[in-house]
Design a protein around this ligand. Structure first.
Ligand SMILES: *Cc1c(COP(=O)(O)O)cnc(C)c1O
Length: 246
């Protein structure tokens, strides 16, 4: 098990270096970027090791897995980020352990999350997930095995204000900002620039909604170059998912 700890320590160091380099290139302070370690499919023991190594923010994309791990790691002082597609019937559970929900993409979801947060006596920071579309045409995305980019998700950019206003008006919710994934198989820069514009537009209306969650293992440098404040990194930290687990 010390081997696993070594692997995670090495990976974490490498990711932090990549973040620092991207920040330097963008003339930004490394402290302006929060690293969210996406631990989906990896065991709670890995979450614990990462916490020991200084990771403070953990991301998950499925409620069942996330709720179990959050419980198993309840003694750790971690912020849990829910980053996956969310059904309204999972809101009660997610509201019981999540601190940040990155994937709020419709009014009804915001309304339900607000109700469940109040019921649980908790406050959830919510980001509006934006669908940046496929520059090349339609949404013919291959279905992934683990949910990353598997389905079309996110609000149409034209609907972002409606979802954001619902979050901002809901007791129990705090509007954090926006989240997006770059379209698969495309140069991510233009998509992240589009997101930066959506984020600026949102800040004009909600000045405290400063979070921009963008960038994963393959593209977080580009996202940092476009102003990402939260990068969601799985593979580079924990290894490949689905059997071949580092
Ligand atoms: C899995 C996942 C990530 C992390 O992806 P990696 O490419 O493994 O870094 C980030 N965001 C979301 C929404 C995910 O589902």
């Amino acid at each position: 098990m010390t081997d696993r700890r070594e692997t995670l320590a090495t990976n974490l160091r490498a990711v932090r270096e990549r973040v620092a380099k991207a920040c330097a290139a963008a003339d930004r302070a490394p402290s302006s970027v929060t690293l969210v370690a996406v631990t989906k499919t990896h065991p709670a023991s890995d979450v614990r090791r990462l916490a020991e190594l200084g990771v403070t923010d953990v991301g998950e994309n499925r409620d069942q897995e996330a709720s179990g791990k959050a419980r198993a790691c309840g003694d750790l002082d971690l912020a849990w980020h829910f980053v996956g597609q969310l059904q309204t019937n999972k809101c009660r559970s997610v509201a019981s352990y999540a601190h940040v929900v990155h994937s709020v993409d419709r009014v009804r979801l915001a309304t339900t999350l607000g109700r469940e947060a109040r019921r649980a006596g908790r406050v959830l920071r919510c980001l509006v997930q934006v669908d940046l579309g496929q520059g090349g045409g339609d949404a013919d995305t291959p279905s992934g095995s683990d949910g990353a980019g598997a389905d079309r998700a996110g609000a149409d950019p034209a609907d972002v204000h409606r979802v954001a206003d619902t979050i901002a008006d809901a007791d129990g919710l705090v509007l954090g900002g926006v989240m997006a994934m770059a379209p698969l198989g495309e140069e991510p820069g233009p998509a992240f620039q589009h997101l930066a514009a959506v984020a600026a537009d949102l800040r004009a209306r909600h000045p405290r909604a400063t979070d921009v969650s963008a960038g994963m293992t393959g593209d977080f440098e580009a996202a940092i170059g476009c102003g990402a404040t939260h990068v969601r990194v799985g593979t580079a930290l924990l290894g490949h998912r689905g059997g071949d687990v580092g």
